[in-house]
Design a protein around this ligand. Structure first.
Ligand code: GAL
Length: 430
């Protein structure tokens, strides 16, 4: 039921986004865009970071802002639901109703540029970048993700990695399981675990994006970085035999997941790994925040991490960014918030708790645990690829269709139908 609600909200979002897009084309919204909570002077920070594993970093950032600007009231306006399942639809209706939050969470890449920027809803932040000296403090790949036509439209607070395989160390050690690096090794390990009565792979796709997240790591592992990227530019067809092989692998992986996957969210699935009921899960590194902050587990003692099968040397990039909607009267205050968010101090308050690494290249490495340190090193040397499930690789309308197709595939397992649905959805990609 909740899952259906999630899908419905995503469809509403896609509709509202396309409405915003057509407004931009006709140039109708500039006058009516005035207004929003910012006009009332409220500094409401909109995100989906509520609850376990999500909110600690945000709270630390808001506390830092309060310390620096005690006279500017700030409000946490987060809407629950992993990966923005509900928040994105709420945001879309607020933007459409000319009631934008003062600033909001948006993934760098397509989610920012092909929707809000294309719809002319965002202020360029070039002056802020200049003022704060950020142009050489964020990696150029991140600056590209938040830029369109030479203007910067948001400020990255972090870099999350998508392609991480988390595993319970005790379960692996006690059962003599080696960390799998290929799909063959993964299935070998999964068979051994299954024989012992342990769920090999935890999944929580009550919110369908979690299954899309797993799929994208399988696509990356089977296709490699170049072909993976070609999928989102329309250069590689979804009915290509290589994609078919990936779909078969994905289907096989789904035979090793917990039976109740469709009633769990990502935290519930990670919990199975944390308490040893399941051996592994594939999730972005916000799972690390959940393991350490909420389950009080220790990195490399209770749980370990590795690139998902076949993805060593590649890094699925997710960057959470915040921008400035057009038409706010308190844009100066919003810029102050963005200034804190983009500062070394802000990033180092947020990221060690969130599980992500700082977006800045000059953050204080000593503030991060071994996972963070390893991930910072990997980011420097790996081939970077954009995440599909988290909005960087392709427009929201397409991502919504993929979530729907994946959702059906998880229950029905019809590879041919799945690929043909993706293929027809893919016609809208450049
Ligand atoms: C992602 C987001 C992460 C994390 C995750 C789970 O889309 O980038 O910061 O919040 O969803 O909700």
């Amino acid at each position: 039921m909740k899952k259906r609600l999630g899908l419905i909200l995503m469809m509403i979002l896609a509709l509202v986004l396309s409405a915003c897009g057509s407004n931009a084309q006709t140039g109708q919204e500039s006058e009516s865009n005035r207004g929003g909570s910012g006009e009332k002077g409220k500094l409401d920070v909109f995100s989906w970071w509520t609850g376990a594993g999500e909110e600690d970093g945000l709270k630390a950032l808001l506390a830092l802002f309060k310390e620096k600007y005690p006279d500017i009231p700030i409000e946490n306006a987060a809407v629950a639901g992993g990966a923005g399942t509900n928040a994105k639809a709420v945001l879309a209706s607020r933007m459409q109703g000319n009631d934008p939050p003062a600033t909001f969470q948006v993934h760098g890449g397509s989610e920012l540029n092909d929707s809000w920027v294309a719809a002319d809803k965002m202020e360029p932040l070039n002056d802020l970048y200049e003022q704060e000296g950020w142009n050489d403090k964020f990696p150029k790949e991140l600056i590209e993700l938040v830029s369109k036509d030479g203007n910067m439209y948001s400020v990255p607070v972090n870099i999350h990695r998508a392609n991480v395989l988390w595993y319970n160390k005790k379960v692996f050690d006690e059962n003599g399981i080696a960390v799998p690096t290929t799909f063959d090794e993964f299935f070998e390990a999964a068979d051994a675990l299954k024989k012992k009565g342990i769920t090999p792979l935890a999944l929580g796709d009550k919110e369908p994006w979690a299954a899309t997240h797993l799929l994208e790591t399988v696509l990356l592992g089977e296709l490699g970085a170049d072909d993976y990227k070609k999928l989102w530019t329309g250069e590689l067809a979804f009915d290509d035999p290589k994609v078919e092989k990936a779909a078969e692998t994905f289907k096989k992986m789904l035979t090793y997941v917990n039976e109740d996957h469709s009633s769990r969210n990502w935290q519930d699935a990670s919990q199975l790994v944390g308490n040893g009921e399941a051996a592994m899960n594939v999730m972005g590194d916000w799972a690390k925040g959940y393991f350490t902050n909420d389950l009080k587990l220790a990195v490399n003692e209770d749980f370990g991490y590795a690139p998902t099968p076949g993805t060593e040397g590649t890094f699925g990039v997710i960057t959470d960014t915040f921008g400035l909607p057009k038409g706010l009267s308190n844009s100066g205050d919003v810029k102050k918030f963005l200034g804190v968010l983009g500062s070394v101090e802000g990033q180092d308050a947020f990221n060690p708790l969130k599980g992500s690494i700082p977006a800045r290249i000059d953050a204080d490495v000593s503030k991060y645990d071994q996972y963070g340190k390893d991930t910072m090193e990997d980011f420097k040397s790996a081939t970077l690829v954009p995440s599909l499930a988290h909005g960087s690789a392709a427009p929201e309308g397409f991502v919504t269709k993929v979530h729907q197709a994946v959702n059906i595939f998880v229950t029905q397992g019809d590879v041919e139908q799945f690929l043909s649905t993706l293929q027809s959805a893919g016609t809208e990609l450049k």
